[in-house]
Design a protein. Sequence first.
Length: 853
Amino acid sequence: MTTLGLDELNPSQRAAVEHLSGPLLILAGAGSGKTRVIAYRMAALLQRGVDADRILAVTFTNKAAGELRSRVEGLVTRFGLLPPLDPSDAMAQVLPRGRGLPQWMGTFHSIGARLLRRMADRAELPSDFVILDDDDQLKLCKELCQREKIDETAMPPRALRSQIDRAKNHGLLPEQYRGRDYFTDLVARLYPLYQAELKRLGAVDFGDLLLLPVVLCDRDPELRQILGRRFVHVLVDEFQDVNPVQYQFLRHLSSGHRNLVVVGDDDQAIYGWRGADVRLILEFEHDWPDVHIVKLEENYRSSQVILDAAHAVVSLNSQRRDKRLYTQRAGGERIICHEAIDERREALYVANTVLLLQNEEGYFPDDCAVIYRTNAQSRVLEEALRACGVPYTIVGGARFYDRAEVKDVLAYLRLCHNPADELALRRIINVPARGIGDKTVTKLEARARLGGIPLWLALHNALDDEELLGSGPRKKLRAFLDLIQGLRQIAATLPVSKLAREILVRTGYLALFDGKDAEDQSRQENVLELVGSIEELERESTAQTAGSVELGSAVGPGAETDDAAPNAAALEAALFAPENEGQKPLSLGEYLTRVALVTGEEIGDSGRGVQLMTAHSAKGLEFKVVLVTGLEQGLFPSLRSTIESEEEKERRIAEERRLCYVAMTRARERLFLTHAQTRRIFGMSPRMSPPSQFLREIPADCLERTLEYDAPSRTTPRRPLRPTHAHDDASDSRAHADFDDLDLVQRAALDGEASLTSGALAQAGAGLSAFRPFRSARKTATLDDGEPRVEYDLDDGAGGLRKGQRVRHPQLGRGRIEGITAWQGTVTVQFESGERRTIKAQFLRPDAEYCEP
DNA sequence: CGGTGGTATTTTTTT
DNA sequence: AATACCACCG
């Protein structure tokens, strides 16, 4: 028998792999080989003869699931682990075994969707239910608020959505939700209406994918039992990011056999805002008293310096399991902390650093990652990298599947799959414009509502309804219906990609973008890329099913159970019927479900060049070189202006710290931390951006501070801007006071001329204009009319403005501040002219008469 | 009806 | 800055 390569593991890792039954908590620090342990453990289970289909492995992202899958696959191949057939298990005989790999590996959401799909009738859903994306969800909330005549200021649609999400993450059904004040009472009223609307549409949202299976389990012991019997081993990655519903789901699955393995690191809990509760990992022993705990504290990724710095930050959190990573790779390069003048120069510094690392230290752009707090920060970085000719890839970010043109095409596909998909229908009924305008649609909607019938049926009926519509619109509707029906017909026989192509041609959608401007071009590219991605999926799925075709098509019991008496056997069969029923490699339905769940992932040529991503999407990845940008108070850590209790504030800062810890520990060899003195947000005027408190929290001897030099020109003497206190700019020294106390090493990383005239930068052109000589003029910035503007501070969102303060506006005259919106920099002003406007603070000046000294 | 231009809004992070 | 939304006009 093979040894499974256990000698490749350290003692703790081996202990985790070899503990084969009962609850197990693996506290796995960053870079301690956690995925490795999970993969080995799964392999070990397979080796012991556990059926691959009895293992459930849950990850947090699709990426992680893919990673795990390929690791397990690698081990299975390497050690020749073939699952033995268990003659006593009838289902096992029937299931396609793929290549002996666990088929139930995926994200919580994809697993929830898979189960829900198969027991849709129990959830009173059509089996081809639609999965709403963020946008659809928000639109629904918006419509609901309008229909219910809700005051937008009392309940913005976004707030409603987030409250509903919150409720679902905590396992609360509409009827269980209780209001406690005006706001939540409103939610309590709207949430049931929202859910009813989902039902009417035959749709679920992301939250439902978990909530509904859990609720069904809560109510039905039989179902619990079936699931518990089926999944004899449950493994969960990133357990620190699990929310209450997800945990309840795990409990339902595991309470029988108790073979629950959770792997996580409380220091990397960064999804509190999505309902994740760190206490679940902190207090795991409470629910599972006999849990075996394994700590993985040896880090195989980063240098000691990087670990020390990251640890220094995260160890300031009070609520954490005490642990400290160690590595055998002592020492390491010091972390470079660079202060740029503004965000554009910060970006140029990043681009330059990548070039320097390439030219002088032999790193490739592929080795580097740039990490930031918010997606919006990627734009400047992209510009700089492009200008310098550095290849890059954005990970996540403006998601491909979020683009309007992609969603349009998907809407056509959805409509082909399911004509009752009202959201899809409404989306494309007049795209491209075919003369079916708002008027017509409104009439149809009214009819549908009145008759309690689906919209498409109302549309159908309207074709002969001369009272409802004139002959023109009817003719157009007819044409549209013919179009869709034609597509539906070919949908039955064509592969999805071919169908998509037909859609593009027949609907004239592609012709919409035949213009020459960049906009049209990129849209066209996106649409074609979508088709390309479908083709790729089709290739993949035929390759995958090839091995198990005979088994897959031989299935009898699982296929048609809808009408059968819902006994346990039938339910079980339905739940665990093999994926690919027919010959068709990738059905339309499968594709649509997949797309709904695969957010974010880039399709097409990814992974080349420098990788740009948010700290959240960086979790689980590692790079030789990492540059963390925008380390400024208010940005990273992100600070919001909403009034909160001290306790709540501390909780939030703790999560930001963990996020910073995650970002820093992505680095193997070199870590750069950058921040800018001023930063432009929303294209408003630049604002002071004090360095992040995290920079102060890092021990000084881990850091090497660099500053951008005053002027790029050779003729100007090179002189550090600070800490000379040459210009006694009050706000400047205040902002940096703490930082200046450090024993800083002054150095110019941006070696003025050398890098500025280096080949790549030379072409930068526009980018270089960012290098105008620095003027210490931030505070004396003026409006065009020469009057000083209202200064506003980063520390409070209102920018130092207060309610009741008197202000003046160049056009609108005098007024008084009535309210300060939560959104930074915008205030409501009641003008003396009687006009009341919401206006950006930067256009206001204090009214001399009432202005405080 | 459909396209155009002007105005208001943007509430981190992602499945 | 970028985008979503809206009002107006051909």
